[in-house]
Design a protein. Structure first.
Length: 247
């Protein structure tokens, strides 16, 4: 799967290494040395994926991904950083990064991560995503007034469009395929795939927190995306639950 990729990295040797490996995979690669230039390139060229270093001049990587998500741009973001604490990595995911690698890293692992991101997050009309079986690609999943359309990568609640990051969308799709099933954090981590070794189950909690802000009337009192204490999470239809309680 060939793609247009922007590499934003101020270390010239590191950027050149990443460029050569990605071009060997057949991708078209644009290399930039600062965050502001990366923002301008994404706005102008709408690439498929950005490989984004955190520590860069002018605008750092965290600010870049924050701005991209505030502008509701769905470009995939793979962040690179020398920071290795869990809180640092979770901050990147919290802002909307799709995957995270700590330096030093293997260029072969990076290209594998890129392949996985592109495969699982195809745009409409691209090849079938590996994150959902082909049987559900043309099926709109409904859990009460929540609708998930895997083929179009769209989510609505009561007819209102909801913008999800790719990670949030993968979790929601998996759970919408099996309403009322309890998913362990480990199972949901498998849906997220390939995060850095420092990432723990808290990654899932961050995504769930953001999903609740988007799909719940009151995120502090969730009615759709419920916690099953000591086990994990489940997605349910609150209206169906209310009907059962009144029967």
């Amino acid at each position: 799967m060939c793609a247009n990729i922007v590499v934003a990295e101020d270390d010239a040797k590191q950027a050149e290494l990443v460029r050569r490996y990605l071009e060997h995979e057949g991708h078209a690669v644009t290399v930039l040395a600062d965050g502001r230039a990366a923002l301008e390139e994404v706005r102008r060229g709408e690439p498929d994926l950005v490989v984004l270093d955190v520590m860069m001049p002018r605008t750092d990587g965290l600010d870049v991904v924050r701005i991209l998500r505030a502008e509701r741009r769905e470009v995939l973001v793979l962040m690179l950083t020398a920071r290795s604490t869990e809180d640092d990595l979770l901050l990147g995911l919290d802002l909307g990064a799709d995957d995270y690698m700590t330096k030093p890293f293997s260029p072969r692992e990076l290209t594998a991560r890129v392949r996985t991101l592109l495969r699982r997050n195809r745009r409409p009309g691209a090849a079938t995503s590996a994150s959902a079986p082909a049987a559900v690609e043309d099926e709109v999943l409904e859990v009460g007034t929540l609708r998930v359309d895997p083929a179009r990568h769209e989510v609505t609640v009561g007819g209102t469009a909801i913008v999800c990051t790719p990670g949030e969308f993968r979790i929601l799709t998996a759970m919408a395929m099996e309403p009322d099933r309890v998913f362990s954090r480990q199972r949901l981590l498998e849906e997220l795939h390939g995060f850095d070794k420092y990432i723990s189950n808290r990654t899932v909690d961050v995504h769930v927190m953001h999903l609740r802000k988007k799909i719940e009337d009151d995120p502090r009192r969730p009615a759709r995306l419920l916690t099953v204490f000591g086990v994990g999470y489940k997605l349910t239809d609150p209206e169906k639950k209310a009907r059962r309680a009144s029967a």
